[in-house]
Design a binder for this molecule. Structure first.
Ligand code: BG6
Length: 504
């Protein structure tokens, strides 16, 4: 990662410093930045949490997390010790004003020792319920006052519906200005997601065909082979629509459908993205069943391994009606996309991990070749592979060798792995670095979050109000309920999952 060093000094204060996110994502990513020399020289991490740790025991736990969740090869003791020396722990109650007074003293002491005022980044790696509490107390302790050097980082979910998202945004804005708030959707930190803009707007040949005249339909798939692990308590209240579609899939949709930005700047890009959300055709309540499909996995097998059904997962109600699969047909009502369906689907316990956007092109206006040249006609496509095989595939028609005019689809591939030969940086490393350099391009603005909720509210309300009645309705290891295929078949379309074991 060739990222510039942020201005010195920086203090990263992690609420939930002993928690799962810190252990799995934040510290491994900060350590990656350390190894790449992308952290400031004057840099400190303060973990704040309720659990009984000391500086020493927390560092040991975090080291185990780096070993397990990041891929820097064997950790060199010198590198780790240099990094770990920057970490300290404050055992504290998040809801007590005293916590913030102690923190303020600690921060003032650091400024004093550095002889300079540090940028303070407050990262809320806590359960969502605390997002309403902590910012107020940070502000009450006077720690949000200096607008240019205090920032707050908030994780998704931002609310659980439009109303709660509005409330939460309002709470945040009472203590911080919008420019100080960095709402994370980690998908935006993925290299391949950022590359969508480069692919579309740095090459002259795609933009002219990126519209209703040439594009027949678009599919966006975020498939996971994993279940819900130990997160049943949270997930059973959320479900796939709230957990994945409202944020990650909506972000992908915005990037693929947005208009060209005038320049690469945080507000310009976010304005263009929010325009897409505003153009989404409202789904009337009576149309929800025709445009949205939900599912829940039962027992099945994935890559040869038997797995349990959702209702048997830890911390899931035995009669849960929560969806683990969601598919929607969306329409973007503007000049570019009128009448082009955007189908999005996300699910747990599908056959394999796969995130990809597929742009399916129309047939050529006049068919010069006889039908026999391609008995099994398929559309030309652009496949943007977000993960795991990062890259872009153009699927185009080509003549097969031989005397007869026979056509078939062939792949032209760009693979990150083969081209760049270095692993992509972890999404969180990119995002945390961007917070340090005060670049909000890859973060969600409040209006965008609310527009995404607004678009999904009819589906959420309808699903919350009516029990599905047929759960579980797909086998673990399948591509979801049959209705998800029907959703597309009605229009003569089909889902597409690019090559790989188990591809459909
Ligand atoms: C999270 C969701 O935001 O994204 C999880 O809460 C999901 O349910 C995860 O598993 C998927 O992220 P990734 O980067 O593995 O595709």
């Amino acid at each position: 990662m060739n990222a510039p060093r942020p201005p010195e000094p920086v203090v990263f204060i992690i609420f939930g410093g002993a928690g799962d996110l810190t252990w799995r994502k934040l510290i491994p990513s900060l350590f990656t930045l350390h190894l790449n020399r992308s952290l400031p020289e004057q840099f400190a991490i303060i973990g704040v949490d309720r659990a009984a740790f000391t500086d020493v025991t927390l560092r040991a736990r975090l080291r185990a997390g780096v070993r397990q969740f990041s891929d820097p090869g064997p950790i060199k003791p010198r590198e780790w010790n240099e990094f770990a020396a920057r970490i300290s722990y404050q055992r504290a109650d998040f809801a007590a004003a005293g916590t913030y007074r102690i923190l303020a003293k600690h921060l003032a002491a650091l400024d004093e020792s550095w002889g300079a005022k540090a940028t303070r980044i407050f990262h809320l790696a806590t359960p969502p319920s605390l997002v309403g509490v902590i910012p107020k107390l940070i502000a009450a302790a006077g720690l949000a006052r200096e607008r240019t050097r205090s920032r707050i980082v908030v994780e998704k979910p931002i609310g659980s519906d439009l109303e709660s998202a509005r409330r939460l945004n309002a709470t945040l804005k009472r203590s911080f200005q919008e420019a100080q708030i960095f709402r994370i959707d980690h998908y935006l930190g993925k290299e391949t997601v950022q590359n969508i803009l480069a692919f579309r707007f740095a090459n002259p040949m795609f933009e002219p065909i990126w519209n209703r005249r040439y594009v027949d339909f678009v599919t966006i798939t975020v498939a996971e082979d994993v279940g819900i692990g130990h997160r049943g308590g949270y997930y059973d209240k959320a479900g796939e629509l709230r957990d994945m579609v409202q944020n990650h899939l909506m972000q992908l949709l915005c990037l693929v459908a947005m208009e060209p930005p005038v320049f690469y700047g945080a507000d310009e890009i976010r304005n263009k993205k929010v325009d897409v959300l505003h153009a989404l055709r409202p789904i009337p309540p009576e149309d929800v069943s025709a445009r949205a499909v939900r599912g829940q996995y039962g027992r099945g097998s994935i890559q040869g391994k038997r797995v349990c059904g959702y209702l048997e997962e830890q911390d899931v109600a035995k009669d849960s009606q929560t969806e683990t699969f969601a598919a929607l047909k969306l329409s973007v009502d503007n000049w570019r996309w009128q009448d082009v369906p955007f189908y999005v689907r996300a699910g747990k316990r599908l056959p394999r991990q796969l995130t990809e956007i597929v742009v399916h092109f129309r047939r050529v206006p006049h068919r010069s070749f006889p039908a026999s040249a391609m008995p099994d006609w398929q559309p030309a496509r652009v496949v943007i592979c977000i993960q795991p095989d990062e890259g872009i595939v153009l699927q185009i028609h080509a003549k097969q060798p031989g005397g007869l005019m026979r056509l078939r689809l062939v792949d032209m591939q760009f693979s990150y792995r083969k081209t760049f030969k270095v692993p992509s940086p972890p999404a969180y490393a990119t995002l945390l670095h961007d917070v340090m350099i005060n670049d909000a391009t890859l973060f969600m603005r409040s209006d965008q979050v609310e527009a995404a909720w607004a678009a999904l509210m009819p589906v959420l309300e309808s699903w919350d109000a009516t029990a599905p009645g047929n759960f579980p309705n797909y086998e673990a290891g399948s591509w979801g309920p049959g209705e998800s295929d029907t959703l597309l078949m009605r229009e003569g379309h089909t889902w597409f999952a690019s090559a790989g074991a188990g591809a459909k």
